[in-house]
Design a protein around this ligand. Structure first.
Ligand code: SAM
Length: 277
């Protein structure tokens, strides 16, 4: 396959981009991995027929109403229902039983994108009898993705994949218990969101906001430099009660993170860790 040719973004332009995002919108992108950030800016430029990154930067300076749309376009929102099914099976078998005796179950899902991850968890908790005592805070930097998440409605073309992942995690449970086709969309039962709150939260800039038995932050760290990963993982681990469980993405690693010393592996292949007591 031919490599995509995208408009170039120079280091100086990237610096100017960082300054505008920081001073005008309070968003710090300085420690996002630069190569992938440049690629994503380039792909937004191509979509808008722009050849010079300065034009894009100028647009961000003069058109604040463009910012949310732009943020939605440069953040990678790729996600799936029960993405990486073997992790969800491990969560069901190796982690959820420890929550059965607890009076409440507080969960933070950071970088939840368009909400499929929150729905996956809500379904799994429903099937294991844990849903009623659960409170799920599902956050993302991108408000547009969170608005999408609240609709519980997805393009029908996702159905085959979502159904396949669902059955890999919950064999024998009918998919139709939770989702149906409506007006050309795949629509999930809105009742699944009874105990889910979607909130904007920036992992780089905002403080952690509570203590949780389970924190999931999957496929987000991968976009950060090692030193930012270290700081963000510290926030995630600080947010866990002793014995609480952290899940990161299967392609991610805690290699650079000081806070890894405060964790032990539950299932390292699936990137599931427990905070030491
Ligand atoms: C690839 S998606 C991962 C979605 C889901 N966690 C999964 O694994 O399927 C990455 C998400 O991280 C979010 N994100 C990027 N930077 C962030 C930040 N600083 N704070 C919070 N979320 C962020 C993006 O908006 C995007 O929704």
């Amino acid at each position: 396959m031919l490599a995509e040719i995208l408009p170039e973004v120079s280091d100086a332009q990237l610096e100017r981009f960082f300054q505008v995002m920081l001073t005008q919108y309070g968003m710090d992108f300085r420690e996002y991995a630069p190569a992938s950030l440049k690629r994503r800016i380039g792909s937004v430029m191509r979509r808008y027929g722009l050849t010079d990154a300065d034009t894009l930067i100028q647009r961000l300076v003069t058109q604040p109403e463009y910012f949310e749309r732009f943020l939605n376009e440069i953040t990678v929102s790729t996600t799936e229902l029960f993405r990486d099914p073997s992790m969800w099976v491990a969560l069901r078998v190796q982690v959820l039983p420890q929550f059965v005796s607890l009076p409440q179950l507080r969960i933070w899902q950071a970088g939840v994108s368009t909400g499929e991850e929150a729905l996956s968890l809500a379904i799994l908790l429903s099937e294991t009898g844990l849903y009623e005592k659960a409170q799920i805070i599902a956050t993302d930097i991108d408000k547009r993705s969170l608005e999408q998440a609240a609709k519980v409605s997805y393009p029908l073309r996702q159905r085959a994949l979502y159904e396949q992942n669902f059955y890999a995690v919950l064999p024998g449970v009918p998919f139709s218990r939770y989702a149906e086709e409506k007006e050309g969309q795949l629509v999930f039962d809105p009742q699944l969101l009874r105990n889910v709150q979607f909130l904007p939260h920036n992992l780089v800039m905002d403080s952690p906001f509570g203590q949780f038995e389970l924190v999931m932050c999957r496929n987000v760290l991968i976009y950060f430099t090692p030193s930012l990963q270290d700081r963000v993982v510290t926030k995630l681990v600080d947010s866990l009660v002793p014995g609480g469980v952290l899940v990161i993405g299967t392609k991610e690693s805690l290699f650079w993170c000081q806070a890894a010393k405060r964790l032990t592996g539950v299932n390292e292949a699936e990137r599931i860790y427990r905070k030491r007591a």
